[in-house]
Design a protein around this ligand. Structure first.
Ligand code: SF4
Length: 367
């Protein structure tokens, strides 16, 4: 397993609460209507288990809606990490869907703890119809109001946008809108079958290729903007062969639930049950430290199967050098096993960008 997966986490996902006030149609979270909140004892146990040799570790606070936990409790969850943050060993990031208003009090907290803020928004109003509250009311205006508060307080923000069937032919409109909104960093998640969204209709690879073609062309004209997938591919092409092979091992991405349970490889596995893999839980931080849980990974059947799937990818897939095997969770949610290889996610978010760029370069050469 150590050939494929590192036991030194670079990213840890933390779930301050399972609750989300929103009810987006494509949400994969199974427990989003339950109010179960992380205790300071759990966050203290997480902080105590972070090894100095892992630094710097990205701590991604992701829910539910992480802000639904409220400012006073969030501060208590952050406090145990302060010695690590001040020593440069951890950095905080929060990803909010806009279901809880971003107020000045939140902005004070973001500034005090140097928290990077990511906002989930799918582009202009008409592409956010899948993002609604529990009463079915659109979230768009409330999300924009939160962004305006961040801007007024001088807090930069990134955007994660879901590309659904409706938006896959509107890359330029989405990118123009998000640039005008004031972000300089955008990550696209092409809709995939995950968790509670197992019945998703995902765009075809051909339509995704057209999306990425437009995105590459747009990025060429907007060099100040970072689009995660575009940047990643350009970055890969700029590496030497040695640099590409350096350490491309997968991160375990420990994802720690409100009660301290830890799942590995894919945040989407948290709260999921399976006849084959039970609850995917590798341990609990109140019983074992994170390093012990990470070392236990090699004994878990789903981690072993993922390593087998990666080996199969390497043997069979022409996109492997760049891809390195993509996400574990998508294999399970689409195929019921981690030994599978190709998924909608890798077709649309790995293969499609490569094919789009190859098309554009070919056209340029033959023009
Ligand atoms: S593109 Fe898909 S099949 Fe190919 S290496 Fe990546 S995950 Fe495996």
């Amino acid at each position: 397993m150590s050939r494929w997966i590192s036991d030194r986490p670079k990213t840890i996902v933390l779930q301050p609460t399972t609750l989300c006030p929103m009810d987006c149609e494509y949400c994969y979270l199974l427990q989003r209507s339950l109010k179960q909140e992380m205790s300071p004892a759990v966050s203290a146990a997480i902080a105590a288990g972070i090894e100095p040799s892992w630094a710097p570790v990205e701590l991604v606070w992701h829910g539910g809606e992480p802000l639904a936990v409220g400012v006073p409790r969030f501060r208590k969850l952050l406090e145990p990490f302060e010695p690590l943050r001040l020593a440069g060993q951890v950095r905080h990031q929060v990803q909010t869907g806009g279901g809880t208003p971003i107020t000045d009090t939140w902005c004070d907290m973001f500034k005090q703890y140097d928290i990077s803020v990511g906002v989930s928004l799918d582009g202009p109003r008409h592409l956010n119809h899948l993002r609604a509250d529990r009463g079915g009311h659109p979230m768009f205006d409330r999300t924009i109001a939160g962004v305006e508060t961040l801007k007024r307080r001088g807090i930069p923000f990134s955007v994660l946008a879901v590309v659904s069937e409706h938006g896959v032919n509107q890359a330029v409109e989405v990118l123009d809108f998000l640039r005008d909104l004031g972000t300089t960093w955008i990550g696209f998640n092409v809709e995939a079958k995950e968790g509670a969204n197992a019945d998703a209709t995902t765009p075809s690879r051909d339509r995704a290729v057209r999306f990425w073609r437009d995105a590459f062309t747009w990025c060429r004209d907007h060099p100040a903007m970072t689009v995660r997938e575009v940047d990643k591919l350009w970055g890969f092409l700029g590496l030497t062969r040695g640099q590409r092979d350096a350490d491309a091992r997968h991160d375990l991405i420990p994802t720690i639930g409100w009660n301290g349970d830890v799942v590995l490889l894919s945040p989407e596995l948290l709260g999921v049950r399976s006849a084959t893999y039970d609850n995917f839980v590798a341990g609990n931080v109140l019983a074992d430290d994170l390093a012990t849980i990470a070392r236990r990974a090699a004994g878990l059947s789903y981690v072993q199967e993922f390593a087998t799937g990666l080996e199969k990818c390497k043997q069979t897939c022409e996109f492997f050098a760049f891809c390195q095997g993509a996400h574990a969770g998508d294999r399970f949610f689409e195929h019921g096993t981690f030994t599978a290889t190709e998924t909608d996610h890798c077709r649309n978010s790995v293969q499609a960008p490569i094919l789009a760029l190859a098309d554009l370069l070919h056209e340029r050469q033959t023009a």
